[in-house]
Design a protein around this ligand. Structure first.
Ligand code: ATP
Length: 362
C-alpha cells in the first residue's frame, strides 16, 4: 500500500524557540518496497515516522495510506493510530519482559478479541516466519538481543498490517549481530511484499536494506533514489558526504565535451565522465570515493586522471589498506587491496577512472 504525504509541517516549541522538525515535506512512499528515511541526528526522521503512525499530530499537511486519508488539516481528518492498520518496531525492543514469547506476539490479536484458535494459528505461523518455532513458552527476557528483535517483528506482523514502520530497530545490537539481522530483515520483508518504512542514521544499513532511500536534512527531504543512485550519482555535497567516505576536490569547469567534462583543480586537470549541469567557468567540487583510487607502481604518464603523490599514512584494516596520499597541497584518502605492496613515505602514481568522478554543484 503506498503512502502519500503532502506539504507536511511540524514545529516543536522549546526554551522560547521554534524547531521546524518537518518543513513542508512532500513524499511518495511506494507500495510493497523497503523505503528508508536516512539523515543525521535531529533531521526529523522520527517525527515524520511518528506522524505517519499517528503518534504525533502535524501542524499542517496531509497523509494518505493507500486510498484512505488518515490526516488532513484542510479536510479536518485525524484517524487515530490504532485505526491506521500499521505495525511498528521500535529501537528498544518494547517486548514485555513478564510475558513469554507466545503472549508477546499474541497481544495485538488478544486486544482485538480474536478467537483463541485463530490467535494460536496466526502466532504459530508468524513465529515460523521469523524462525522462532519452538520458542513459544520461553520467557522474553531469556532470549538473545537478535531473538528479542525477531519477537518484536513477529508482534508487529501478526496482525497483518498494511504497512510496517521501523525506528532504528537494530541500533541496540552489536555490530556482527546487526549485520546478520539486517540481512534477515531484508529477506523477511522482501518475502512478505509489504510496504516498509525504515528510519536510520546508519548509512550502511540504509544502503544494504533499502529499495529506496530518502535523505533528510533539517526537516526536509533533500534527495530520493535507489541506494546505488544515492551513493554514486548525487550532485549534492551534503548527500555525497553523508552517504560515505569521499574526497572533495574544488575546481572550475574548463570544457564540457563528450564524453568528458574537464575540471581545473588543485591537483591538476580532472576528467569526469558523469554528466552535470555545469558549464565552463562554473565552480564545482569533484567527488572521488577512496575505493576508486588506484595506486600505480613505477612511472605512469599515459591516460587520464593520473597524478603523482606521496603516501602520507597507511593503516592495515584487515580487508584493505586505508590511508592518505598527498598530491601537492591536497590530501586524498584511499582504500586499496591489502596485497598491494605500498609503503608509508613512498612516492607513487595514482589514478582514478573518469567514470568514478562525480561533479557536485556548489
Ligand atoms: P535522531 O536520529 O537523533 O533520533 P531524528 O532525525 O529522528 O533524530 P527527530 O527526533 O525527528 O529527529 O527531531 C527533529 C527535531 O525536533 C530535533 O531538532 C529535535 O530536537 C526536535 N524535537 C523532537 N521532539 C521534540 C519535542 N518533543 N520537543 C521539542 N523538540 C523536539
Amino acid at each position: 500500500m503506498e503512502i502519500n504525504i503532502r506539504r507536511l509541517s511540524k514545529n516543536y516549541y522549546s526554551e522560547d524557540k521554534t524547531i521546524a522538525a518537518l518543513a513542508n515535506v512532500d513524499l511518495n512512499i511506494p507500495a510493497n518496497r523497503i523505503f528508508t528515511l536516512l539523515g543525521p541526528s535531529g533531521c526529523g526522521k522520527t517525527t515524520l515516522l511518528r506522524c505517519i503512525v499517528g503518534l504525533e499530530i502535524p501542524d499542517a499537511g496531509e497523509i494518505a495510506i493507500g486510498d484512505e486519508i488518515v490526516f488532513s488539516t484542510e479536510k479536518g481528518i485525524y484517524v487515530p493510530s490504532e485505526k491506521r492498520g500499521l505495525g511498528m518496531v521500535f529501537q528498544t525492543y518494547a517486548i514485555w519482559p513478564h510475558m513469554n514469547v507466545f503472549d508477546n506476539v499474541a497481544y495485538p490479536l488478544q486486544t482485538r478479541n480474536e478467537p483463541k484458535e485463530e490467535i494460536r494459528r496466526k502466532v504459530k505461523k508468524t513465529l515460523h516466519f521469523v524462525q522462532l518455532d519452538g520458542f513459544e513458552n520461553r520467557p522474553a527476557t531469556k532470549l538473545s538481543g537478535g531473538q528479542q528483535q525477531r519477537v518484536a517483528l513477529a508482534r508487529a506482523l501478526v496482525a497483518e498490517p498494511k504497512v510496517i514502520l521501523f525506528d532504528e530497530p537494530l541500533s541496540n545490537l552489536d555490530a556482527k549481530l546487526r549485520e546478520e539481522t539486517r540481512k534477515e530483515l531484508r529477506s523477511f520483508l522482501t518475502k512478505l511484499k509489504i510496504t516498509a518504512v525504515y528510519v536510520t542514521h546508519d548509512r550502511i544499513e540504509a544502503l544494504s536494506l533499502s529499495d529506496t532511500v530518502a535523505v533528510m536534512k533539517s526537516g526536509r527531504i533533500v534527495e530520493i533514489g535507489t541506494p546505488w543512485e544515492i551513493y554514486f550519482d548525487s550532485d549534492r555535497r551534503f548527500v555525497a558526504d553523508f552517504i560515505g567516505r569521499a574526497n572533495f576536490v574544488e575546481g572550475k569547469v574548463v570544457t564540457v565535451e563528450e564524453p568528458y567534462t574537464m575540471i581545473d583543480s588543485a591537483i591538476g586537470a580532472i576528467a569526469c565522465e558523469k554528466k552535470s549541469g555545469a558549464s565552463p567557468g562554473k565552480a564545482v567540487t569533484v567527488c572521488i570515493r577512496p575505493e576508486f583510487i588506484r595506486v600505480l607502481k613505477g612511472d605512469h604518464t599515459d591516460g587520464r586522471n593520473i597524478f603523482r603523490g606521496r603516501v602520507e599514512s597507511l593503516v592495515f584494516v584487515g580487508d584493505a589498506y586505508e590511508g592518505e596520499i598527498r598530491v601537492g597541497e591536497t590530501l586524498l584518502i584511499f582504500r586499496i587491496e591489502p596485497t598491494t605492496a605500498v609503503r608509508e613515505g613512498e612516492e607513487i602514481a595514482l589514478r582514478f577512472d573518469p567514470r568514478h568522478c562525480s561533479i557536485l554543484l556548489n
